[in-house]
Structure formats: structure tokens, C-alpha cells
Write a protein that binds this ligand. Structure first.
Ligand code: FES
Ligand code: FES
Length: 173
């Protein structure tokens, strides 16, 4: 059974959650008010999604839910019923790292790495909407993602590099 505090358990009996995760059909038993973050990490073993604040403030837990960037620490599991979830584990394709992941490596956009999965997912959401963002647009898109290590310059550079690479090689997947 998926994790859940006493309060979460009291909010309703367990459910069978059915969802698409990174393009694969998955099923997991959990409490309806369990956090999507916990379902991903502990129920499905997808520990790439990180927990920082646990209060919706830092963006470390960001994933895409039906294509929309969400803080998974604030999303009840039941909200993901029959939904599509994209996590950092889904970005690496058969050809290797996603251009965003490559760009973060090249630009030095990651240090301790706690913020990185959320940063990359936020950047992916941006590039799907706006393939050629300027610096202000990149900074605005990442405003909900906090990093205590890099000072953001290298992260912004990484997203700009990825945008340029994707523009020459096709749209982000
Ligand atoms: S852990 Fe979810 S926003 Fe910080
Ligand atoms: S790389 Fe450490 S918090 Fe961003």
C-alpha cells in the first residue's frame, strides 16, 4: 500500500489509481488524498521527482499532469486518476539524454541536483509553449522553481541552449 499519513488515510479508503506515467500504463493502490509526489516516489519507485519544501513553494517536485506543470506535493493522487503524468525519468529517450538534460550538463546548470528535475520539467513546459523564449520568458517560467546552489545564470543559459538546439533539430518531445 502506498504511503499516507493518518490524516490522509482518514480522508478515504484506498483506491486503485490507474494512470499513464511517461507513456506507460501504471496501476498502484493508494489513498485518494495521498500526495502524487509520494505515489510517484514510493508507490512507483520514480525517485527522480524530489521533495524540497513539501508546501508548494520550491518546485522541486514539479511534474507535468496532462501536460500542465504542477507541484506534485500539492496534488492529491485521485486527481491523477486516468491522467497522463510526465516525470524526469521519461525524458531520456533511446537516443540518450533529452536536449534539455544535455544543456543542463554542458552549462553547469546543476550542482546538488535537488532542484534539477523540477527545473527541467518547467523548462520543457515552457519550450512546448514557446520554442524561442527570451531570457525574461525563461526566468518567468522558472520563477516557481528555487535553486540554492547555482544562482540561476547557468540554469537560464541551459534552457536557452536547449531552445537553440531544439530549434535546429525539431520540437521538444
Ligand atoms: S516540494 Fe513541492 S513545491 Fe516544494
Ligand atoms: S542545484 Fe542545488 S538546489 Fe539547485
Amino acid at each position: 500500500m502506498n504511503p499516507g499519513s493518518q490524516a490522509v488515510r482518514a480522508a478515504g479508503g484506498p483506491i486503485r489509481l490507474r494512470l499513464q506515467v511517461n507513456g506507460h500504463r501504471r496501476e498502484v493502490d493508494c489513498f485518494p488524498m495521498a500526495r502524487l509526489l509520494d505515489v510517484l516516489r514510493e508507490g512507483l519507485g520514480l525517485t527522480g521527482t524530489k521533495e524540497g519544501c513539501g508546501e508548494g513553494e520550491c518546485g522541486a517536485c514539479a511534474v507535468l499532469l496532462d501536460g500542465v506543470l504542477v507541484q506534485s506535493c500539492l496534488v492529491p493522487a485521485v486527481q491523477a486518476q486516468e491522467a497522463s503524468v510526465e516525470t524526469i525519468e521519461g525524458l531520456r529517450g533511446p537516443g540518450g539524454l533529452h536536449p534539455l538534460q544535455e544543456a543542463f550538463l554542458e552549462a553547469g546548470g546543476t550542482q546538488c541536483g535537488i532542484c534539477t528535475p523540477g527545473m527541467v520539467l518547467a523548462a520543457l513546459a515552457l519550450l512546448r509553449e514557446e520554442p524561442d523564449p527570451d531570457e525574461a520568458a525563461i526566468r518567468a517560467a522558472l520563477a516557481g522553481n528555487l535553486c540554492r546552489c547555482t544562482g540561476y545564470v547557468r540554469i537560464v543559459d541551459a534552457v536557452a541552449r536547449a531552445a537553440a538546439r531544439l530549434a535546429s533539430g525539431g520540437p521538444p518531445s
